[in-house]
Design a protein around this ligand. Sequence first.
Ligand code: TNX
Length: 521
Amino acid sequence: MSRSVLLVPALLVAACTTVPSPTTTAPRPVVSGPQIIPAPSSLTMGSGAPFDLSRRTTIVVDGNNAEVTAIAQAFAAIVRPSTGFALAILPAVADTTASNIYLRLAADRAALGEEGYDLAITRGAATLVANRPAGLFRGVQTLRQLLPSEVESDMGVARAVWEIPALSITDQPRYAWRGAMLDVSRHFFTVDEVKQFIDLLALYKLNVLHLGLTNDQGWRIEIKSRPKLTSVGSTTQVGGGPGGFYTQLDYQALVRYAQERYITVVPEIDMPSHSNAALTAYPEVSCSIRPTQPYTGTDVGWSAFCVDKNETYALIDDVFRELSAITPGPYIHIGGDEVQALTNDQYIRFVERVKPIVNKYGKKMIGWEEITKARLDASTLAQQWKSDSVATALQYGTKVIMSPAKRVYLDMKYTPSTELGLKWAAYIEVRDAYDWDPATYMAGVNESNIVGVEGALWSETVRNITAAEYLVMPRLPAIAEVAWTPQRVRDWENFRVRLSTHAPRWNYLGVNYYRSPQIPW
Ligand code: TNX
């Protein structure tokens, strides 16, 4: 016998009791049942005995597939330090009387798509089935969130039982593109910091890391044929700090780390504006006769590549050739935003000359919404951020990434009194980031035009990963649910209570976060 729950708030917020909270007298709602973020598309509670993770548990990799084994290892690496259990990974079960975990790729489950999965939890087995490895990886994040928060601890935890209630889940994402952008130009982030950022994406089933690698303040990626881009262009940042850059090996290590979590890295080289660092390194791509200086301020739109010089396209060709060779993902982002130093005609000419260079190296082009002034095509993605101008590109079959600044700009302040961040677009509390529907946000752009949703962390005020976490958490899980969970399943009241139960996980993980008064922590 099982009880069907379509994550309807009234059912999930089942036991709404009042527990005194240490800091406020407001009632603290309690959710019983699974606290998964993003909420799965369908979940049915079972009535049998719970799964009991124990020292006798085996992780069974069906078919002995190497990629699935790697996913099992990643799961075991999370669970072993806290539980102290060995969690052997084997092709067949060792102890049939234990609660065992089964990971299986099933070619006949095509309906689950690239990232969907089925998870069935009973006393004897936690069985995860997917059509593709990425689906198993996403399902493992669900399994992880179903275990007690202490599972995130990297020291041994004295807990008598590690149970998961009987249930079954069938889950797949609403959107194929669920991203977060990190601007490593305004302030530089080390490889280890970016890995910490990727870890948060993985926990919440995001699948795109958009890296803003260049801007006026710094060029952050080694281009071997153009050494001055980094030797000259990387040496500062906003406020005048030392800056920095990734060698191609560093970048490839980041790409691999993301790949292991089924996350695609999308590199952005911002042009024709936001290009002062490149102009300083190679003055021949500037129209100015005066030498360009390194820039440590925060104004935008004033710099530009010289759009009618061949030298400009020779440099761009070198950059995209090398970047394409170290980027396995299908996309290169050309920026294209906030150009004040060029006429409309110059801008359009530039974009239409750069696009074939991107395509020549086997990549598809993405640009911020301004690129829709140019003639595009169905392979191109336009990233909406401030207006409804992307609607004009739908005629070419161009698809849209939704990043409305008022909802998902992670660099906006939460409130007038919170630390860090800008405020030009809006104050964005957790509810603002959560409570909107991408399909109805913009007139003329509907569900079929949208590939997905991406939050953006511009780093003018963000100096390190601790600051980044403060702005990202807990808005990133909110955006992850916007992008993953069907609209009919989403509900703010339910989300905010679920979100509150994730704070102990962040504490174990050492992740900083904003204690929003909207969340019943
Ligand atoms: C606008 S959004 C920008 C960035 C800034 C950001 C600050 C966009 C495409 N461009 O250059 O960093 O605002 O919020």
